[in-house]
Every structure is written in C-alpha cells, then in structure tokens.
Design a protein around this ligand. Structure first.
Ligand SMILES: Cc1cc2nc3c(=O)[nH]c(=O)nc-3n(C[C@H](O)[C@H](O)[C@H](O)COP(=O)(O)OP(=O)(O)OC[C@H]3O[C@@H](n4cnc5c(N)ncnc54)[C@H](O)[C@@H]3O)c2cc1C
Length: 386
C-alpha cells in the first residue's frame, strides 16, 4: 500500500489511532485537527478513561476489550509512556438489570478473570462501598484506567515515528467522496482550499455533522460531565485499595475511579445528557453534581463530604443503539467514517484505528464489522415501518 495517501479529519483518540495504523502500513498520512491534540472540548481528553470487560451480553465488546488491552500495552512499551493503571473493576448491579449477570457469564465464557463476590466479602475487601444483599457484585482484577492525555501523546509519538503528520489548527468544512465512482476523498478547508487523497477518514467526534452535513447520520452530541473531589485519603481511595467501579447499571448508572492527577476522586453519571450543538460551551450542571453527591451518600458515604475540585465537561456522540459507526461513506469508498462512539469508545482506541485502517485499505478486519455498519439504521427503520 506504499504511495497511497490518506487524510484523517479529527485528531482525537480514534483519528490518531487510525492515522498510526495507516502510517504503519506505509500510507502517507496527514491528520487535520481543528484545535490542538487533546484539547479540552474533545471527547478524548483529561486524566482517565475506564477500560472494563463487562459489556452485558454484547460479547464482541468483551473480546474487543481483551484485544485493546494488549494493543495499549504494545503502545506503552513502544513509546515508553505510562498509559494504563490496572485497578480492577467492581460492578454493583441487580439480578434484573439485564447487564450484570449476563456480563458475568460472557466474561466467564471468554476466559476473562472474573469473580462474583458475596456482599460480606465486598464489605471486607472494599469497605468504602455500601452494598446490600440484593446487589449482584462482579469483580474483574484486570481493567482499570487509561491515562487519556498520555495515550494521545503516545499516539502522536507513534505517528511521527512512522512518518505521519499532525496538522493542528486546520478546520475542515466538508468531506465528500470524489472521482468517477467516489473512490477517492475530497476535503474542503475553512480557507476554501481543497485537498484530495486516496482515502479520507472522518473521525470528527461530536462534530461529525460539521463535515458530513448532507449525510444526516443518526448521531447526536450530548452534554456530559465528570466530577472530581479533593481531600480524600489515599489509604482509602488510592490506587491499590479502591477500584474503578460501575454502579446502578440498568438505571443510568454511576462510575468512578481511584485518586488520580492532583489526588482527585472522579465520579460521574453515565445518564445520557441533553442533545446540544457541540460548538456551544455550557456551564456545569448543578443538578447533576447533586445527583452524583446523592449517589455518594448512598454508596460511598465516607467520600460524600469531600470538597468539589472540578466539574469537567465533554460530549458523547450517541447513536440510537449505542453501537459505533465504522463504515464506508454510502456515496463512495473514498471516504470512511468512524463515528458514534456513544460514550464508550476510548478504551478501544488503538483497535478501532486498526479496524478503520483495514476498511480504508480494503483488508480483512480483525473483528467482524456487521454490527457497526450504517445499513443497520435503515433495517431498523424498515422493521419499524418507517
Ligand atoms: C465525560 C466522558 C466520559 C467518558 N468516559 C469513557 C470511559 O470511561 N471509557 C471509554 O472507553 N470511553 C469513555 N468516553 C468516550 C470516549 O472518550 C470517546 O468515545 C472517544 O474519546 C471518542 O474519540 P473521538 O476521537 O471519536 O472524538 P474526539 O476526541 O472528540 O475527537 C474528535 C476530534 O475531531 C476534531 N474536529 C472536529 N471537527 C473538526 C473539523 N471540522 N476539522 C478538523 N478537526 C475537527 C476535534 O477538534 C477533535 O479533536 C467518555 C466520554 C466522555 C465525554
């Protein structure tokens, strides 16, 4: 594939990983990023993102997590950067939530190290949590947190080692297939100039409609928030004693991480926020901060009075079924789309990069892509009589 040229639009974790995968296969790659790598409004920013095997009955994601852990490990060794801290992952659910028990069974079938813990054992091992005898509690010693900003720097290192280029401060206004059968891609930039390449890969996160306005992908940008708390003791909430956790699965859910960065505990609600224009800033949502604090009073009472350090905000790019979009543009193979990461894409970053590169280069992907194709939305609409 030497001498092929590709342009990647958007330098978040997905775009950078895709560019690395293409450059590693000898493609001449340029990433066009509107702002800077890891800027604060991109989804791929900040101290951490969770990586966990628990995915309910969706076994493909559990398998993809196992592969992703190995790929992040390769990247860490190659770049000498610390990308991942294994904290273990504790899931607190209910028998009827439709996720926790099926997730446990899938993980067991997929040979992931996993235990179901009785509540008395959780009280002894993780006394920070209030648990009841009705809770279904699952623990995986593997999984934990990816250091998000550091992961982006590692991808930048890899890209440059393979001769790829990251151009920051370049705003793309349009992407479309071009050529006789749409077999190439054309990019229009905000100064009016155009660029063409054998393949253009769109990985613009919540801004996908800015560059593919005619396609009307079923993706909406939602406002999300992460709350950091200060002043908690490392003996109770530090790495080694406090795991990444998921709680209230099936009821929206909360999740959290041990102390990180300046010594902050991170807790957030996974409730899907309101749809909003990704180009408009928004203030912290006080009601959501209160919901997180109420959750902490119920489940983590010894942390509930910790002072608020910071409310970080960014967006999910949600699809209706929360599955990703990894597909060719319907009008031609010159444009490939990676979108709709629905609040759970970071952990798969390097792997998705491999999958999008395989699509772009017409190579067999490492995982089947049927679940991620655009035609599913048409099929769902047909089935609904729409
Ligand atoms: C609050 C929150 C918590 C999350 N927690 C987790 C978690 O614990 N685990 C997990 O796996 N995932 C998590 N996610 C999801 C994960 O962060 C995202 O799925 C992932 O980062 C998506 O990356 P991306 O590259 O698609 O998008 P982004 O990181 O948003 O990157 C898109 C890039 O495209 C650029 N761009 C946009 N428009 C243009 C244009 N016109 N021209 C040029 N460049 C453009 C943007 O500037 C941006 O840098 C979370 C997300 C949020 C918001």
């Amino acid at each position: 594939m030497a001498n092929q040229a590709a342009i990647v639009v958007g330098g978040g974790v997905i775009g950078m990983a895709t560019a690395c995968a293409l450059a590693g296969r000898g493609v001449d790659v340029t990433v066009l990023e509107r702002y800077t790598l890891g800027h604060e409004w991109a989804s791929s920013h900040g101290l951490s993102r969770a990586i966990r095997h628990a995915y309910g009955s969706r076994a493909i994601y559990t398998r993809m997590v196992t592969r992703s852990l190995a790929l992040w490990d390769d990247l860490a060794r190659e770049t000498g950067r610390h990308l991942y801290t294994e904290t273990g992952v504790l899931s607190l659910g209910k028998a009827e939530d439709g996720e926790t028990l099926s997730g446990y069974e899938v993980m067991r079938d997929e040979n992931v190290l996993v235990e179901r813990l009785p509540s008395e054992e959780v009280r002894a091992r993780f006394p920070q949590f209030v648990v009841t005898d009705e809770d279904v509690i699952v623990y995986t010693p593997q999984g934990g947190m990816l250091h998000a900003s550091e992961c982006l720097l590692a991808l930048r290192d890899r890209l440059s080692a393979h001769g790829g280029v990251l151009r920051e401060g370049v705003q793309v206004t349009r992407v479309e297939p071009t050529g006789a059968q749409g077999e190439q891609g054309r990019v229009t930039v905000s100064d009016g100039s155009t660029l063409t390449a054998d393949r253009v890969i769109v990985t613009a996160g919540p801004w996908v409609h800015d560059v593919l306005p005619d396609l009307r992908l079923p993706v909406r940008a939602t406002r999300q928030q992460i709350i950091y708390f200060d002043g908690l003791p490392a003996e109770q909430f530090g790495v080694g004693v406090f795991p990444v956790f998921l709680a209230g699965i099936g009821e929206g859910g909360f999740y959290g991480f041990p102390l990180q960065g300046p010594g902050w505990l991170k807790v957030a609600s996974h409730v899907i926020g309101p749809t909003s224009d990704p180009n408009e800033p928004y203030p912290p949502d006080e009601r959501e901060i209160e919901a997180v604090q109420a959750f902490m009073r119920r489940r983590l009472p010894s942390a509930a009075d910790a002072p608020l350090a910071f409310a970080d905000r960014c967006r999910y790019d949600m699809t209706p079924d929360e599955d990703f979009i990894l597909d060719d543009h319907p009008a031609g193979r010159g444009v490939v789309i990676g979108s709709g990461f629905s609040g759970h894409g970071f952990k798969f970053g390097v792997l998705i990069g491999e999958l999008l590169a395989a699509l772009a280069l017409d190579k067999p992907p490492a995982f089947p892509l049927d679940r991620f194709r655009l035609r599913r939305f048409q099929e769902a609409s047909d089935a609904a009589g729409g």
